[in-house]
Design a protein around this ligand. Structure first.
Ligand SMILES: [Zn+2]
Length: 460
């Protein structure tokens, strides 16, 4: 019997993983890496988890599966909504396998809530669920699975390492038990911890902090088990992670072009200041009166704010003044890597202006970069920062300047991939794309590859 497993490490990047290997933190994965095809997996455009994992799991581009980011503005631009499994318009590999009468297990794949039922497919939903749900047939294993969800804050935020370790252990132990004890043809699991850790504690990871290393060592247990259970193993991330030196605020840029408006002061109920103390990020409210006074001051507001907070909080902080963009009154506004335009005739103009900016690594009209019938709700323009020059997106807010010099960690388009098969000759391969994972798995299981797949099976 042929068996395939895919183990995802969200946000993993080779420079970080090599450090973990050097420190002896993930010995099982290191051994696999030595024996595998391995290389860089270039993420999707945009390099965000929802888009990238859905692409990896479907083998088609976002125009066919319908997922751009994990939130999307509502029709009247009054609000944004979080996507769910119903928004995924293409079968994912765990569903394709089940539809062809084989058995699959799928854990923590983004946008699996609410569970779409397929005979032969067992699921534990992801961290973007309002609560963890699982298929009834695996209840015996899954009831001990505890994850962060939309309604339950991660113990990572509170830096409670003991709680985090025990919660992660519940996920790793459940995964390992399912892997060993039930019958499956495809096993698909994504560990979100690398991404969640890098977002919050990138420096602790880079310094090899003991508590953080314990978490990676726990995940490594799965790699020790899986090798003897499969004849094809794929390990991949959905994007990488790196430090950047320039934060881009696209809405500020659009505001300066006269296209985006910020929320009016009177309705600005919750102006948020980001306060950074060491590695931990905290968010707190700035009293509205203070905001009125400050907003009357000329730039550089940031500097003034940080001085005030330095006195107030007696700690060295970086503070920044941010206001929200008001999609309702704006002619154009950015949401993540996309720009929504109310007046479609502005499209060419905005594209050509952005193309000339040095902070932009690439800019496209949606129909020029994606193909398929599920582009509804996508932004009109997709813009990627110039990652190689140290630029990355910071947030959707409007700040005093559109580019701010600062040191921060964020998604990088270069992810990792390893493919392990018994008795294969290990080598470096850089030609594997996010579209090739699904055809490779289907090919190995001798199942049909969909005609409109965007990739091809990798020759092993
Ligand atoms: Zn991710």
């Amino acid at each position: 019997m042929k068996k395939v497993a895919m183990i995802g490490l969200d946000g993993m990047h080779w420079p970080i993983l090599n450090k973990l290997f050097d420190w002896g933190v993930m010995p099982n994965l290191r051994k696999l890496a030595i024996e595998s095809f391995k290389g860089t997996l270039r993420s999707t455009i945009p390099p965000e988890s929802a888009t990238a994992w859905t692409t990896i799991a479907t083998g088609v581009n976002p125009g066919k599966h319908g997922i751009f980011g994990f939130t999307r503005p509502t029709k009247g631009y009054n609000d944004t909504r979080i996507l769910n499994s119903q928004d995924v318009k293409y079968l994912r590999i765990h569903e394709m396998v089940a539809a062809q009468n084989l058995k699959s297990v799928c854990i923590n794949q983004i946008l699996t809530y609410p569970i779409k039922r397929f005979n032969g497919s067992s699921i534990i939903t992801d961290w973007l669920s309002p609560e963890i749900k699982y298929s009834r047939d695996i209840e015996r294993f899954a009831k001990g699975y505890h994850g962060p969800t939309l309604t339950k804050t991660s113990s990572l935020l509170a830096k409670n390492w003991n709680d985090e370790y025990s919660e992660l252990s519940s996920r790793v132990d459940t995964t390992n038990a399912l892997m060993k004890e039930i019958d499956w043809d495809l096993f698909w699991v994504v560990y979100s911890e690398p991404d969640h850790l890098f977002h919050r504690y990138y420096e602790l990871v880079r310094k090899g902090n003991k508590e953080v290393m314990k978490l990676f060592a726990k995940m490594d247990e799965t790699f020790g088990i899986v090798k003897d259970l499969v004849d094809l193993l794929i390990i991949t991330s959905d994007h990488g992670f790196a430090r950047f030196r320039h934060a881009i605020y696209i809405n500020t840029f659009l505001q300066k072009l006269g296209l985006a408006n910020s929320v009016k002061q009177e309705i600005l109920k919750d102006l948020v200041c980001h306060r950074q103390v060491e590695e931990q990020k905290m968010t707190f409210q700035l009293p509205r009166e203070t905001y009125r006074i400050l907003s009357a001051l000329p730039a550089p507001v940031e500097l003034i704010l940080s001085k005030i907070y330095k006195q107030l909080l007696k700690s060295d902080i970086k503070a920044e003044m941010t206001t929200y963009v008001d999609p309702k009154s704006s002619r154009a506004f950015a949401h993540g890597f996309g720009i929504y335009l109310k007046e479609k005739e502005l499209t060419d103009r905005v594209v050509s202006i952005l193309k000339k900016m040095q902070f932009v690594g690439g800019v496209w009209k949606k129909e020029d970069i994606y193909n398929g019938n599920n582009l509804e709700g996508f932004p009109d323009i997709v813009a990627m920062p110039n990652f190689s020059k140290g630029f990355a997106l910071r947030s959707d807010t409007i700040t005093p300047k559109s580019i701010v010099r600062r040191d921060f960690a964020s998604h990088h388009p270069d992810g990792i991939v390893m493919i392990y098969k018994d008795e294969m000759k290990p080598r470096m391969v850089n030609a594997i794309t996010v579209y090739d994972i699904v055809p490779t798995i289907l090919n190995h299981l001798e199942l049909e590859i969909p005609q409109d797949a965007d990739g091809t099976a990798i020759k092993l």
